[in-house]
Design a protein around this ligand. Structure first.
Ligand code: F0G
Length: 525
């Protein structure tokens, strides 16, 4: 048993061994990883997992490695918390500039840095809840002031109670007999205290993936990841991507009213004031882990209009789809969708650093958030400087990398579409954007082969095929975690024609194995 299996991931280590994925990579360059055989020779593997989508510039990009070396040669103050962080400032400014360029946003974005994608989502969730709490508190304060004014107006004889005030169910239930202003205000106060205790709600899309930390896992649709922990976190309602028409009904169901008083022509009236309950709406412009599903421009517009209407912010999770992966810095900008928040990570670290950024519109940003949200290693000079270099490389030559991603993505998609045409009985769908592609294989639940039927039943077809492709074809590919028959293809922007051809040949052989159920190849050591 390897030390990895014994001391780090006992279950995954055994699964890797069962699937023939138990290799240790010792070196990497571009789209190639190397492990060693028994004779110590380097065995190249075409890496189409790309660090779970974190390597849009490939492994050990020469300019990023050189930048890191030069940085370290300067003995930088990598960790100098509680001081001005110049590198983080420069990266924050660069990110805001790129977002404004791409979305035509009129205001800058403020960056909160972290160490992982889930941390960026957690920061956005916390900040959005801070905004909601501030709004609710301001509303409650206003209502308290109005109540004092009403009490004073009745006491001084400037106003009388409107008879309707006591017909409200919330009042009737609490002040059935006593029709005094004090009884009315006490009833309203009791109702409002209960209403203010309403647990906040988040909206997300079915098949979403937003991370596996305590807060972010509540927003991840896969119940296997989420179910054990739901008591730890916020309330979330998931909406099917193709049923956004349900949003209005959800908003109506979730509506909570505070009861306020107003003096109208000498009469004290009770009026309803909507309590902000929906803290935020989260969406991935292209869902990744959930099976590679892209939002259409119409769906993006529907989500944006809904958020504007109900006054809830939109958090766009571009951890996976951003950083050029889909052919633009932000995948959401390709469908004209602008967020109030953005979560960025993965490729921001250039394959050498762990960094994430949560961006929020400046006019929404709560200044105290700097103080109440932090992380030891966030804003460190090393990661921030690498991140800045990555943004420079992506933006260079007027966005040459984005154009390259779009062109390589078209070529790769064309090849896969050809494969689907040749094997319509095996390939279900080819979808995605840029170099964020999903190859969906038909469910093998009806196969004669028990190996295939079994893998379909357990949702492990993609994992079985990943082991075959690695061992027999020297290709590293993985299924999306929540859709086991969707292979995720996420190479770097420097994907070559030869690498596309390598994949084409391997997938053709695989499709023939599946067509003729020649499964001995799949399970052969
Ligand atoms: N948001 C999205 C859209 C993601 O795809 C991921 C991770 C995260 C957040 C969490 O980022 O892992 O750095 O904490 N996606 C990985 C995947 C797990 O399967 O693509 P993290």
């Amino acid at each position: 048993m390897s030390q990895f299996t014994a001391f780090v991931q006992p279950r995954m280590g055994r699964i890797f061994a069962a699937l023939g994925l138990d290799v240790e990579y010792v070196r990497a360059q571009g789209n190639t990883l190397y492990h060693r055989d028994e004779q110590g020779r380097d065995i190249p593997v075409l890496d189409l997992m790309g660090g779970y989508g974190s390597l849009i510039l490939g492994h050990n990009h020469p300019e990023i490695v050189a930048h890191a070396r030069a940085l370290l040669d300067r003995n930088p103050a990598v960790h100098a918390q509680f001081s001005l962080r110049g590198e983080a400032g420069r990266l924050g400014a660069a990110l805001s500039d790129v977002v404004r360029r791409e979305t035509s946003a009129k205001e800058p974005y403020v960056a909160t840095f972290g160490n992982s994608g889930a941390e960026a989502v957690e920061a956005a969730v916390k900040h959005a809840e801070l905004v909601r709490v501030h709004q609710a508190t301001a509303l409650a304060d206003e209502i308290a002031q109005n109540a004092a004014a009403a009490r004073e107006a009745v006491r001084s004889g400037d106003a009388v109670l409107d008879a309707d005030a006591f017909r409200l169910p919330a009042v009737r239930a609490r002040a059935p007999q006593d029709q005094s202003i004090d009884a009315l205000l006490a009833a309203l106060e009791a109702h409002n205290a209960a209403a203010l205790a309403t647990r906040p709600l988040f909206l997300a899309l079915e098949r979403s993936f937003h991370g596996k930390l305590v807060g972010s896992v509540q927003l991840t649709y896969n119940s296997g990841f989420r179910a054990p922990f739901t008591n730890l976190g916020a309330r979330v309602r998931f909406v099917p991507m193709d049923r956004l028409d349900l949003l209005d009904a959800i908003a109506d169901e979730e509506r909570v009213a505070l009861l306020d008083t107003e003096i109208d022509a000498g009469r004290i009236k009770v009026v309803e004031r909507a309590l902000p309950v929906i803290t935020a709406f989260l969406a991935e412009p292209v869902q990744g882990e959930g099976g590679i599903h892209a939002l259409t421009a119409e769906q993006g517009r529907a989500i944006r209009l809904f958020c504007n209407k109900v006054g809830t912010p939109l958090i766009l999770d571009e951890v996976q789809s951003g950083m050029g992966r889909c052919g633009a810095f932000l995948a959401s900008s390709l469908i004209g969708l602008r967020g109030d928040y953005y979560a960025l990570s993965k490729s921001l670290g250039g394959g050498l650093a762990k960094i994430s950024a949560m961006l929020v519109r400046r006019s929404l940003y709560q200044d105290e958030f700097d103080i109440i949200h932090s992380s030891t290693f966030a804003m460190d000079d090393y990661s921030s400087s690498i991140g800045h270099k990555v943004v420079e490389l992506l933006e260079a030559d007027d966005g040459e990398v984005y154009r390259r991603v779009a062109e390589r993505g078209e070529k790769l998609t064309a090849m896969l579409t050809g494969l689907k045409a040749a094997f319509p009985d095996i390939v279900e769908d080819v979808r995605g954007k840029g170099l964020f592609i999903g190859l969906e294989l038909k469910d093998q639940g009806e196969a004669r082969s028990m190996v295939l039927r079994g893998s379909a039943y357990t949702g492990s077809l993609g994992y079985l095929l990943s082991g075959y492709l690695l061992r027999q074809e020297g290709i590293r590919i993985a299924p999306t975690g929540s859709a086991g028959n969707v292979l995720r293809i996420q190479p770097s922007a420097y994907l070559t024609d030869e690498e596309i051809e390598h994949l084409r040949g391997a997938l053709e052989r695989l499709c023939r194995i599946l067509r003729y159920e020649d499964t001995l190849h799949l399970v052969h050591p």
